[in-house]
Design a protein around this ligand. Structure first.
Ligand code: UGA
Length: 305
């Protein structure tokens, strides 16, 4: 098959592009190498992949001869109040509208990367997909807007889209603003890690290999229009996760507590019954094994000259 992966130089997108290529598919990657974090890291992620530079909000996506689109490009990060908001609108809502329009016209399926942040402080835990979405971070508002756009394009243009709500994905190449990456870097360099708030907030952490498996399965056998939670099985608080990483690294982390981040939710916990029944997917990588993997990647990078 021939697939387009948007955001192919990003964290999840680069792993997805590699997995598809390894499985014998042809991948055309697109990415606009924004400076949300150091673009050199994206160049590094994209090494060995065919990634073309494209601003989706501006240039049309050419889907000639393409069998499906994995739309992972976007402006990430849940701490999205204030001046950055226009970027979230542009890189999430406007860019996604262009992708949906192009895919609907070409008649190809889109698997869209949505987010657990659409739930906000969730109605219940574990959270099923039909819980009322009440996003707190503006980022989550833009992801939810994209989900609604998918439904609008399905009704108006027959778009075939499958929506995945990823829950805090981690693993090698994790973005440098994210929790595990920062903890690993601080452990490796001896630096101080700043924790937002008490550290008692918890997440359904999802290993990137598991997230990629769910994404590939969604393209092949997801129901048109379906929404699936892609969430890890092990929930942990930040303090518990730090303890586990300290044990894996055999080092003690220098932690400093600072103010809680605005829009940060107290808890995420995925109900994966729907995705298990539809795709036969469930998280396989236990948190301790996944953390050993990210630590070995991150510590090797710091050790390298
Ligand atoms: C993550 C991603 O960053 C989002 O792009 C994604 O959409 C979202 O998951 C999701 O589930 O959809 P988040 O859960 O906040 O968002 O993940 P991290 O950035 O790894 O943060 C986890 C926790 O660690 C948060 O409570 C955060 O406040 C805390 N944290 C993070 C710190 O205490 N210090 C830091 O330096 C970074």
């Amino acid at each position: 098959m021939r697939y387009v992966v948007t955001g192919a130089a990003g964290f999840i997108g680069s792993h997805l592009a590699e997995a598809l290529t390894a499985g014998g598919d042809e991948v055309v990657g697109v990415d606009c190498f924004t400076d949300y974090y150091d673009p050199a890291l994206k160049e590094e992620n994209a090494r060995g992949l065919d990634v073309r530079r494209l601003d989706l909000a501006k240039a049309p996506l050419d889907l000639e001869g393409v069998d499906g689109v994995f739309h992972l490009a976007g402006q990430p990060g849940v701490r999205s109040f204030g001046e950055a908001f226009p970027l979230y609108l542009r890189r999430n809502v406007l860019a996604t509208q262009k992708v949906f329009q192009a895919a609907a016209e070409a008649g190809v399926r889109v698997v869209f990367a949505s987010s657990s942040s659409v739930y906000g402080e969730a109605e219940r835990y574990p959270t099923p997909e039909d819980a009322t979405p009440r996003p707190i971070p503006p980022y989550g508002v833009t992801k939810l807007a994209c989900e609604h756009l998918a439904a609008a394009y399905a009704a108006g243009f027959g778009l075939d889209a499958v929506l995945l709500r990823y829950f805090t994905v981690y693993g090698p190449r994790q973005r440098p603003d994210m929790f595990f990456r920062r903890v690993c870097d601080a452990l490796a360099t001896g630096g101080t890690f700043e924790i937002y708030g008490s550290g008692e907030q918890s997440r359904s952490f999802t290993e990137v290999g598991d997230a990629v498996d769910a994404t590939v399965a969604a393209m092949g056998s997801g129901a048109a229009g379906a929404v699936y939670n892609v969430g890890g099985g092990d929930e942990a608080s930040m303090l518990e996760a730090i303890e586990l990483l300290e044990w894996i690294a055999g080092r003690t982390l220098d932690v400093r507590h600072i103010d809680a981040a605005r829009g940060d939710v107290r808890r995420t916990k995925a109900d994966v019954s729907r995705v298990r029944a539809a795709l036969g997917w469930e998280p396989r990588v236990a948190l301790a094994a996944g953390l050993a993997r990210i630590w070995s990647w991150a510590s090797a990078r710091v050790a390298a000259p």
